[in-house]
Ligand binder design. Structure first.
Ligand SMILES: C[S@@+](CC[C@H](N)C(=O)[O-])C[C@H]1O[C@@H](n2cnc3c(N)ncnc32)[C@H](O)[C@@H]1O
Length: 278
């Protein structure tokens, strides 16, 4: 498979508004936000920030737990969908359009700073980590869920990056933090680079997984290529030269290798790292 020359990356909001991310979150990771709220120890009355919140996968359960929630994202379409959901559920959440690399909040303003497979897709990973630390109050907690490099989505993202020539992974190309990649957020060594070795050594981490259902490995890849922004963009970029088909075959192999194998319907087992950083 030939690797096209690198081009300047699309704006992240263009990546994440391609396809139908709201549907991906509902089908593939419906329980992940609630799990993050649980590991973060979110409680009533806390000031909680959900960074790269998308449609509110973590923000909604945090609000349900009685927290005062702010949800920030760079993609207006996802914020609008999240606000609609919150309204339908009678939950009050402040939806802020902004960049995780330059958060529009004062220092130390939040008791809990969350990100569910979100901030790992920023371009400048160091800037984003610095911002999470800045807005979290002393004694507060940062809690993250991130795809691991060796897990299913880690392998998918790396394979797409290699095929498209994106330097830092889909949705998170180069930039000043280019020695890091989206998958740095999913390993202890990456957390150490992002947050410093002392803080990372105190972090409480867990490795867990979600099961991503589809009719088959092929159906999973075809669904994601129509709905998951980074894959939608990869398919659009590679299809004209005929390079999408070989990538699709590779992704189907990866998906099949992660079938949880319960003998019934296909479900890909996707590992993530949960981390709580004080
Ligand atoms: C995989 S989605 C995760 C969304 C949500 N947290 C969830 O659990 O469904 C990644 C999100 O990161 C957001 N994002 C990417 N770069 C960003 C940036 N620089 N600042 C804020 N949000 C960003 C995208 O708009 C998208 O909503």
């Amino acid at each position: 498979m030939s690797t096209p020359a690198s081009q300047s990356p699309p704006a992240p909001s263009m990546v994440w508004s391609s396809g139908d991310y709201a549907d991906v979150a509902d089908r593939m990771i419906p329980a992940l936000g609630a799990r993050l709220v649980e590991i973060a120890g979110v409680g009533a009355g806390q000031r909680v920030l959900d960074v790269a919140a998308g449609t509110g996968n973590a923000a909604l359960p945090a609000a349900r737990a009685g927290a005062r929630v702010t949800a920030l994202d760079i993609t207006p379409e996802l914020l609008q969908a999240g606000a609609q959901r919150a309204g339908d559920a009678g939950l009050e959440i402040a939806w802020i359009h902004g960049d995780a690399q330059a958060l529009p909040f004062a220092d130390a303003g939040f008791d809990r700073v969350l990100s569910c497979v979100g901030v790992q897709f920023c371009a400048d990973h160091r800037a984003a980590a610095t911002e999470l630390l800045r807005v979290c109050r002393p004694g507060g907690r940062i809690a993250l869920i991130a795809w691991t490099p060796e897990g299913f989505i880690g392998q998918v993202l790396r394979t797409i990056s290699a095929a498209t020539g994106a330097s830092g992974g889909p949705g998170g190309p180069g930039g000043p933090g280019a020695t890091l990649s989206p998958l740095s957020w999913g390993s202890e060594s990456g957390l150490s680079e992002l947050f410093g070795s002392e803080r990372a050594a105190r972090a409480v981490v867990c490795r867990e997984h979600v099961e991503m259902p589809a009719a088959s490995a092929e159906a999973w890849v075809d669904y994601m290529a129509a709905a998951y922004g980074p894959m939608v963009r990869a398919r659009a970029a590679l299809h004209p030269s005929g390079a999408w088909e070989p990538l699709r075959e590779c992704l189907i192999e990866i998906a099949a290798a992660h079938d949880s194998g319960n003998g019934e319907a296909f479900a890909a087992r996707a590992e993530y790292l949960g981390a709580v950083i004080d």
